[in-house]
Design a protein around this ligand. Structure first.
Ligand code: NAD
Ligand code: DAU
Length: 333
């Protein structure tokens, strides 16, 4: 199978490419990535001279680049996006451009060449849960509340519209919060780990009692893999980690792992419109495709701390680049 991966130089996309090239000796990957602040070819250095892997620098919004790549692949696995909620609050425009218009350009090419299309989406399209609400599932109505989640919801709707209107063979996955290797250090877990290693504090938004359903990125990659090979065309699959925890619980685990105490926590102003709780009911993908998460949160966090300890050059490089300006704007120096 020849897979066109969009956004393959980012966090989940690069983990997915490692997974495919390691697991399937017959598969080939073309990685189309614009290399925004979040894209990093270092993540894929191991494959750069491998005949089964090819990198193309370009934007999913550019039909001239997208068209021939879609024509030569068997399937598009679409990760490319602006992915950070805080950035979408500061500057929503690029989220619409990439996440909505970019998805549309890809869908048009997939329609032209009748290609299989898998869209990687998020649980944030479902909105925010109260403490006693049932977890999100495939039937939950959409209720996005940030510019990021609204743009992802719009792209999900477009993908489904191409299935119903043109019969495009699509699948969609809506996944909860990932963590693991190559996670960009603007997100809670890698930001906390790297700040603690640097002797800085961890900014905790509001009261820190917001809940996320954490899933190790390797489990997410396995879920996408099973969907593109065995998933039913036109279907959506919710993917989660059985890993519901308050943010403050996560931060305290990381403090302990890195030998720090509560004085390293800094409670800061809450995120605007902050979703209180996400949780995923993944019984459909478990029942129909036999997938379930295998990495426990405790084990996954331990491994992730170790990965960041062993890959200081990777994140120090990321933190000293274009990202620095954003970080200082958010938190001061
Ligand atoms: P990321 O920000 O780490 O990576 C995004 C990648 O997309 C980067 O390599 C970037 O260069 C590339 N990109 C951005 N704009 C582009 C464009 N116009 N053309 C081509 N490439 C472009 O994101 P991530 O965390 O790896 O998320 C990947 C996908 O998974 C996103 O669609 C996101 O919505 C979804 N998702 C993420 C999570 C999570 O916890 N991180 C959970 C569920 C779903
Ligand atoms: O749920 C899936 C989503 O998870 C993905 O669709 C997004 O692409 C991904 O970025 C992630 O979104 P979140 O907003 O949940 O992730 P983030 O790591 O930014 O924040 C996790 C929680 O931690 C959230 O409640 C906000 C809080 N937080 C975050 C940061 C960066 C803090 O308290 N302090 C911080 O410094």
């Amino acid at each position: 199978m020849k897979i066109l991966v969009t956004g393959g130089a980012g966090f989940i996309g690069s983990n997915f490419i490692h997974h495919i090239l390691k697991t399937y000796p017959e598969d080939e990957v073309i990685n189309l990535d614009a290399l925004t602040y979040a894209g990093n070819l270092e993540n894929l250095a191991a494959w750069k001279d491998d005949a089964r892997y090819r990198f193309v620098k370009g934007s999913i919004t550019d039909a001239a680049i997208v068209d021939p790549l879609v024509a030569e692949c068997d399937i598009v696995v679409h990760f490319a996006a602006e992915s950070h909620v805080d950035r979408s609050i500061m500057d929503p425009g690029i989220f619409l451009e990439t996440n909505v218009r970019g998805t549309h350009v890809l869908l048009e090419a997939a329609r032209k060449y009748s290609k299989r299309f898998h869209h990687v989406s998020t649980d944030e399209v479902f909105g925010s849960l109260g403490p006693d609400d049932a977890a999100f599932n495939e039937e939950t109505p959409y209720d996005p509340r940030s510019p990021y989640s609204a743009s992802k919801a719009a792209s999900d709707h477009l993908v489904r519209a191409y299935f119903h209107t043109y019969g495009l063979p699509i699948t969609i996955s809506n996944c909860s919060n990932n963590y693991g290797p190559y996670h960009f250090p603007e997100k809670l877990i890698p930001l906390a780990i790297t700040n603690l290693i640097e002797g800085k504090s961890v900014p905790v938004y509001g009261d820190g009692a917001q809940v996320r359903d954490w899933l190790h990125v390797s489990d997410h990659c396995r879920a996408i893999d099973v969907i593109i090979r065995k998933g039913k065309i036109g279907e959506t699959y919710c993917v989660g980690g059985n890993g519901e925890r308050e943010n403050i619980w996560i931060v305290r685990q990381l403090l302990t792992a890195l030998g720090k105490d509560e004085s390293s926590i800094e409670y800061v102003k809450d995120r605007a419109g902050h979703d209180r709780r996400y949780a995923i009911n993944f019984s459909k993908i478990e029942r129909e495709l036999g997938w379930r998460p295998i990495v426990t949160l405790e084990e996954g966090l331990r491994d992730t701390v170790k990965w960041f300890q062993e890959n200081e050059a990777w994140w120090k490089n990321v933190k000293s680049g274009e990202y620095r300006e954003y970080y200082e704007q958010q938190y001061g120096s």
